[in-house]
Ligand binder design. Sequence first.
Ligand code: KIV
Length: 260
Amino acid sequence: MGISVQKLMQYKPQGKSIVALTAWDYTSAAIVDQAGVDLILVGDSMATAVLGHESTLPLTLDEIIHHARAVKRGSQRALLICDLPFLTYQESVGQAIASAGRVLKEAGMQGVKIEGGHPEMVETVRRLVNVGIPVMGHIGLTPQSIHQLGLRQQGKAEDEQDVLIEQAIALQQAGAFSIVLEHIPTDLARQISQKLTIPTIGIGAGPDCDGQILVTADLWGLTDRQPPFAKVYVNLREQALTGTQAFCTDVQTGQFNPNS
Ligand code: KIV
C-alpha cells in the first residue's frame, strides 16, 4: 500500500522524520522508491539538473507531465507530488485548477507543489484544496522568482523572517498539507516548524525541519551546478565518466569483447 497524504501527515505527531527526494524518470523513481523515501517530488529542478536549462522557468506543463508519468511507472510506495511549472498557476485560480487537474488525471500524481506565500497564492491553495487537490507549499528561496529574488538565502533580516512566518501560517490555514522551506536560516526554519501542525520539509534550512528533501541529481553527484546547500552522497558523475572512458579505450585499442 502506497503512502497517502493523510498517512504522511501522521509522521509529525508521531515524531517521525519525512524523507523526500526528487525523481524525473522511471529509473530514478524506481531507485529512490526502493531506497525507502516517503515522498517523491517530480520537481521543476529537472529543468536545470536534467534538461540543461539555465533556470526552472522554461519548463512546460506538458514536459513535466511527460516526466511525471514515467516517475509514476517507476514508483510503488512513495507519495507522488509534482511541481506546477512557472506560469502554469500564477495567472488565475482557474489556471491553477486546470494545471493541477492535468497533473493528477494524466500523470497519476497525488498532489502538487506551488511556490510562494503571498495572499493571492494562499487563495489559490485554498481553492485547489477545496476541489480536492492536495497542495504542498514552498517558501523561502523560490527558484521560479529567480529574476526578482535571485538564488540567495531568504529570511536573514527580521522583517523578512516575520513575513515568512506569516506566510507559513497562512498556507497552513488555507489547507496546505506540508510546506517546503528552502534556503532559510536554521533558527527560522526551527521556529516555523514549531509553530505549524503540518510538516515542514527543509532544503538548505538546517536539521530541525519535520523532513528533508534533496534534489536527487545533487545527492548522486550527477550535476556540475550544485547549490551551496546540496549534499553529495555518491559521486556517480565521476564513476560514469571513468566507466565510459574505459569503454572508449577498450573499443579504440581493439580490446572490447562483449563476451568476456
Ligand atoms: O524542484 C525541486 O526540486 C524543488 C526542491 C528543491 C524542493 O522544488
